[in-house]
Design a protein around this ligand. Sequence first.
Ligand SMILES: NC(=O)c1ccc[n+]([C@@H]2O[C@H](COP(=O)([O-])OP(=O)(O)OC[C@H]3O[C@@H](n4cnc5c(N)ncnc54)[C@H](O)[C@@H]3O)[C@@H](O)[C@H]2O)c1
Length: 252
Amino acid sequence: MSTRYQGKVVIVTGAASGIGRAVATRLASEGARLVIADLTADKLEEAAAELRAGGAEVRAVAGDVSLEADVARILDGARELGRLDVLINNAGVMDKLTPLHEVTDELWQKVMAVNIGGAFALCRRALPLMMEAKAGAIVNVASVAGLNGGRGGAAYTASKHALIGLTRSMAWYYGPHGIRANAVCPGAVDTPLGPGGMPSMAGIKRMQQQLGGLPRSAKPEEIAAAVAFLGSDDASYVNGAALVVDAGWSSF
Ligand SMILES: NC(=O)c1ccc[n+]([C@@H]2O[C@H](COP(=O)([O-])OP(=O)(O)OC[C@H]3O[C@@H](n4cnc5c(N)ncnc54)[C@H](O)[C@@H]3O)[C@@H](O)[C@H]2O)c1
């Protein structure tokens, strides 16, 4: 197995489940020291125990990426490990596939607060550390919904488009500081994510038509492989990319 992450400190949000958990497992297997964060302590501790059993050094921080105080505690986890090399903004929520005219203020604010607000808050605190080190990599787990209009509801689609915009802005500004920022855009992945609650009937009907073109869904490990690449020095010349990982779904 590769040692691309040997000694590196990596933050992974949403690491108790699905893609985030697969990313943490993959990076640990390549030598990373991890700060893993997620909402609930129980599931997070279970993930941490599994990673430690495999030999990884892990700090587990139960918290909500949409809350500034929790974001600060996540960054403290990296400080305790002495450095921050890679930040992976993976925590995210869906929007019940809701078309715009049905979106409540509450749904809009929740999806924005987590999917874009969380990444913003973590990056804002991580970038000064990376600038000081003159090195760093940020990988944002976006979605094909960040590039296409028909892969989620209005709030989810807008939040993932915003996340790609944020990624490109950081790539542009912080590239000269030795920091790379990239996004991964998965298609449909077998995880517990789901629609995020009882789906909108109008939205699900429309989405079912869209899913007809999906070649197959991905295993979380297939997305983790792309995240691991973008966070590593193998991707030293990749900055500002929105890497589509969807078995061709968006191409045809
Ligand atoms: N599953 C898919 O088909 C798919 C496709 C494209 C993109 N994505 C994106 O991948 C990312 C990971 O999703 P997944 O499919 O692994 O889903 P998942 O539900 O298995 O995992 C998401 C994790 O994020 C955590 N989380 C949610 N809100 C949080 C918050 N406010 N603070 C901290 N943690 C929080 C959840 O508790 C959960 O453990 C998300 O950003 C999602 O939008 C998923």
